[in-house]
Ligand binder design. Sequence first.
Ligand code: FES
Ligand SMILES: [Fe+2]
Length: 380
Amino acid sequence: MYSSIEQVLSGYDDRARLSEAFTIPASWYVDSRIGELERLNVFSRTWQLVARTSQLQNPGDFVSTRLTGEPIIVVRGDDAKLRAFYNVCRHHAAAVVTQPCGQATILRCPYHGWKYGLDGSLKGIPEFEGVENFKRADNGLAPIRVDTWECFVFVNLDPNACSLTSFLGGLVRRVAPLGVSKLDYFDSRSYDIHCNWKVFVDNYLDGGYHVPHLHKGLSSVLDYKQYTIENEDRYCLQSSPMVASGEDASTSATRKGERAWYFWQYPNLMINCYQGYMDTNYVIPVDVDHCRVIFDFYFSDVSETRREYNRESVDVGNRVQGEDLGICEDVQRGLKSRAYGAGRLSVRREAGEHLFHRLLAADLKARSAALVDATRVSSL
Ligand code: FES
Ligand SMILES: [Fe+2]
């Protein structure tokens, strides 16, 4: 039977208390109309991580990427100001920048050679004499909002969105004491997973519920009973005291300190910290059935002498991730089963998931009726 998008959205009660709540319905993980609503109402309107500040330190440094399918570029200007633009030439829409990152004094479109300054202004137009009613000043690269927090660069495709600081809310104060900006980037890993992006986020936000069952090595360094879950604004902090002598040697050697700190910021960013260590997980929806997760690893010492240790630490992260991948793909299959509709939540463990589902429902329901308008806005 066909269900309208409004009927699908009404299948979740976002006012239910945690002790009474269900998860969002299985259909939200498999219906491509929900995926499209998320693209327009969530990923096109929230601050999204696109780069590290260390990649954009000097005038001319640039990073190009895609966000909700939109080609974008972030560039440090000659005036040291950070700017972001749609990476779309105003002539015939080619990508002006084709490398993922680098250094430039001018941005030159490879198609017909139009040139843009680092501030996005149109500088050079070959063989355009005689064109009438054309204003160079109106044909610069279209700007996008950009801002930084700690060592991260964010953009927001919505010109009317709140500031990055308001969006992050209490997360800013909570992360500050950890000194994450003192750490240096070391390496990245990318995982293509056959599951909806929300399955990965749910798995992250189950308050350690799966850790003793799925991650034996990691479990041995955490004091699982003391694991805490704290919801505020758009973030959830899961934290646990560490125990010194875990059973797994690699995990014990590379996951140290008083506490483990696991931050999630709505909708798709995780920041995991131990002493002298951070990894970020950035979850990208590919389609309703697939996502890609980018892990960036940072350490307090990335000198040559620490290379082997850091590599071992990345391998530990990689192993934990491998343990999560299989279960996420299993869950995606289960969500499609006629036997499953929605699940209940553990009050002790799954408050983070409850926050995620309520924030998402609010964004999807608030603007579902405006879907057609939103499509027009997103295409500028
Ligand atoms: S599309 Fe860029 S110069 Fe023609
Ligand atoms: Fe896990």
